[in-house]
Design a protein around this ligand. Structure first.
Ligand code: HEC
Length: 282
């Protein structure tokens, strides 16, 4: 008897420790503001007007937007950032035909092998190739970027909190420090070669501003304003990080409907099985 009681007490104790362990860090995070005072410059993420088409439970891709985002990646970001988990053939999911994908792949140049002497030469890309890296290695990347390595962008929207909005905000976050905030952190400055960006965790970022109005020209589509291009690249990078996002949501609806149906069946069979056994309440 005492052993059983002891067991219960030990069990309860352990459960209490586990419950506290799981709750306390969350409470502490909740109670302490996320950003330290000296980062008064840090701003919350912003979203494009009207949001993104793929948000919400019934979201869908806007293929025209994804294609524009790809154009922004190709013409602007790809000179510094790789996209190593995406293959050219994946572009077919954005609504390009097989022919178009082949032509698109061929417009990129990748390292190949000269069949005569084995030296490294440039060759046109094939649909089966993955997007090539702009730099041979991190040392070269640092040499060109003020000692910072431009990270791979394939999974970027997953690697940052609220990633889609973060990429959108980061693109638009350049500018000058607000004088009121500067007064709060008088010692803050942006060193030579870095840029002030109110959405970067470190405020000073090694990436120069990218999406100035008109750096790309959309063949047929909206005007290439900074906001438009930022929304397009954020959408494109959301797709590269989770191509199955929309499919996942659709499956979710199906699963919920199926579970409702299965619950109905279970209830009916319960009624049937117990129909003769349970005494009717008078
Ligand atoms: C001239 C080179 C260059 C170009 C072009 C460029 N970037 Fe960058 N990017 C960088 C560097 C360098 C960093 C690392 C910054 C740092 O660590 O301070 C970076 C970092 C980033 C980050 C990560 C920020 C973080 O939270 O760590 C994102 C996202 C990003 N770039 C997106 C883009 C997008 C989108 C484009 C195209 C519109 C682009 N970049 C074009 C150089 C570039």
């Amino acid at each position: 008897m005492t052993i059983r009681l002891g067991g219960i007490i030990v069990g309860l104790g352990l459960t209490a420790v586990l419950v506290l362990w799981s709750l306390v860090p969350g409470l502490v995070n909740f109670a302490i503001p996320e950003k330290p005072d000296y980062y008064a410059f840090q701003e919350e993420n912003i979203a494009p007007e009207g949001g993104f088409s793929f948000e919400g439970a019934a979201g869908t891709w806007d293929y025209a937007q994804l294609q524009r985002g790809y154009q922004v990646y190709k013409e602007v970001c790809s000179s510094c950032h790789s996209l190593k988990f995406v293959a050219f053939r994946n572009l077919q999911e954005l609504g390009y035909s097989e022919e178009e994908v082949r032509a698109e792949a061929a417009s990129w140049s990748l390292p190949g092998v000269d069949q005569k002497d084995g030296s490294v030469i440039d060759r046109p890309g094939l649909p089966t190739d993955y997007f090539p890296a702009p730099y041979a290695n991190d040392v070269e990347a640092r040499a060109f970027n003020n000692n910072a390595v431009p990270p791979d962008l394939s999974l970027m929207t997953k690697a940052r909190k609220d990633g889609t909005h973060y990429v959108y905000s980061l693109m638009l976050g350049y500018g000058e420090p607000d004088p009121a905030d500067q007064a709060l952190s008088p010692e803050f400055e942006t060193p030579e070669g870095l840029y002030f960006n109110e959405h970067f965790y470190n405020i000073n970022i090694a990436m120069p501003p990218q999406l100035n109005e008109g750096v790309v020209t959309y063949a047929n589509g909206p005007e290439a304003t900074a906001e438009q291009m930022s929304a397009d690249i954020a959408a494109f990078l959301t797709w590269t990080a989770e191509p199955s996002l929309v499919h996942r949501k659709q499956i979710g609806w199906f699963v919920i409907l199926f579970l409702i149906f299965a619950s109905g069946l279970a209830y009916l069979s319960y009624k049937q099985i117990w129909a003769g056994v349970k005494p009717k309440k008078e």
